[in-house]
Write a protein that binds this ligand. Structure first.
Ligand code: ADP
Length: 385
């Protein structure tokens, strides 16, 4: 029998907060979500006292896991900057979300002393982002990861699109990650990629309400409390858009660079421009722009139509001084295969589409090896003819 919310609360009542108050009475708990034995909630505390709460988070997690009928627990400790604070503070623990820009859309430049530590064993982390949803960001992230795999690299994919995790479907991976030693998760595997997604931990239909700091905390756990092993590249599939959540991820994940996916329409390009600006603002090198659904290739006759005014992203990339990485046609095969969990690079490796993705992967690799080697340094600008 799966555990109920009441049972989880009863277990938490035995866990004292730092001043001895039973956890459910501290006012620090978010809504507790319990689905099929999987438990999620966050503990939100003032940034100044976050250190005192870390052992409480751990105890709470242990207590919840020990509750009969609980199969997994993800408990995020989130720290908020309290009013009037602003000076130097000790860094919160790795899995506590750090204070972040609120609502203003204004990022503060990333001072050198705030550079996030890397993930042990992972050589380079790159983000795949888009200014808005539906442009094919996840499809591109998956096929790019597979393209990098085909270049002989060990590749992981982290689904940071926690509002709409799609990697389990795009890679046809079912099941739940195993826990290693009670605290760390073993990544799932598909097509030779190591994969982690919140989608493995919650049911697709479960409505999740993510408050800002919870996003980063869940993500930090997926980044740092997963046994990724040795990886040459980790591809992070970002949530679509350029809001505060994306900005915080861009600031707090130790990114080597970012790839922006856009369709060629003017409106999408305006959003893509925001994406480029967002990464530049936090000193993450933009590795380049990919134009997806660039032109239409008729599946029966093979003729090509530029239905969306192909080429906009290339022009935009040149204008913004970032590399243009390639164009991917709008093709039924890509859609059908992607949606069926059969990404073209893995399932039709000799096809024309796979080659396009592999070429993009090669350019990304070149960028990682060359221009972006110093992490947060200014991007190397490569303008292609
Ligand atoms: P996003 O991550 O930007 O929301 P997805 O990768 O989920 O976008 O893609 C949205 C839809 O578009 C999916 O049904 C996907 O199969 C389809 N799609 C993505 N790229 C292409 C393409 N080049 N040609 C045809 N369909 C595509």
């Amino acid at each position: 029998m799966a555990a109920t919310k009441e049972q989880v609360l009863a277990s938490l009542a035995k866990v004292p907060g730092p001043d001895g108050t039973p956890l459910p009475n501290t006012g620090a708990l978010s809504d507790i979500i319990v689905t099929d034995g999987k438990v999620f909630f966050s503990i939100s505390v003032d940034a100044a006292v976050v250190k005192n709460w870390e052992p409480v988070r751990k105890q709470a997690e242990d207590a919840v896991r020990a509750t009969p009928g609980v199969v997994s627990a993800m408990i995020a400790l989130t720290a908020e900057r309290s009013a009037g604070q602003g000076g130097a503070k000790p860094p919160p623990p790795a899995h506590a979300a750090r204070p972040h820009a609120h609502g203003t859309g204004q990022a503060h430049a990333h001072p050198a002393d705030k550079v996030q530590p890397g993930v042990p064993g992972v050589d380079a982390i790159i983000a795949v982002a888009s200014g808005k949803g539906g442009v094919g960001k996840s499809t591109t992230a998956v096929n790019l990861a597979l393209g990098l795999r085909d270049l002989g690299l060990k590749v992981g994919v982290l689904d940071a699109d926690i509002y709409g995790p799609s990697l389990p479907k795009l890679l046809a991976i079912k099941g739940r990650p195993e826990t290693l030693g009670g605290t760390r998760l073993k990544p799932m595997e598909g097509y030779g990629l190591k994969v982690m997604s919140i989608g493995f931990l919650i049911e697709e239909e479960t409505p999740m309400i993510w408050r800002g700091p919870m996003v980063m905390s869940a993500l930090t756990q997926m980044l740092r409390e997963v046994e990724w092993g040795k990886l040459d590249v980790m591809v992070v599939d970002m949530p679509p858009g350029t809001g505060d959540a994306q900005l915080t991820i861009a600031q707090q994940v130790p990114l080597k660079g970012a790839v922006i996916v856009s369709t060629p329409q003017d409106l999408a390009l305006i959003d893509a421009r925001r994406g480029v600006a967002m990464f530049k603002r936090v000193n993450v090198p933009v590795l380049g722009v990919v134009e997806n659904m660039s032109y239409f290739l008729c599946p029966s006759c093979g003729s090509r139509t530029d239905i969306f005014g192909h080429g906009g992203a290339r022009t935009e990339a040149t204008r913004l001084g970032v590399p243009f990485l390639g164009e991917i046609p709008l093709h039924m095969d890509i859609r059908e295969k992607s949606d069926a969990g059969l990404p073209v690079v893995a399932t039709e490796p000799d096809g024309a589409h796979a080659k396009i993705y592999r070429d993009i992967a090669a350019k990304v690799l070149e960028q990682i090896k060359g221009g972006a080697s110093s992490g947060r340094s200014a991007p190397k600008i490569v303008i292609e003819a």
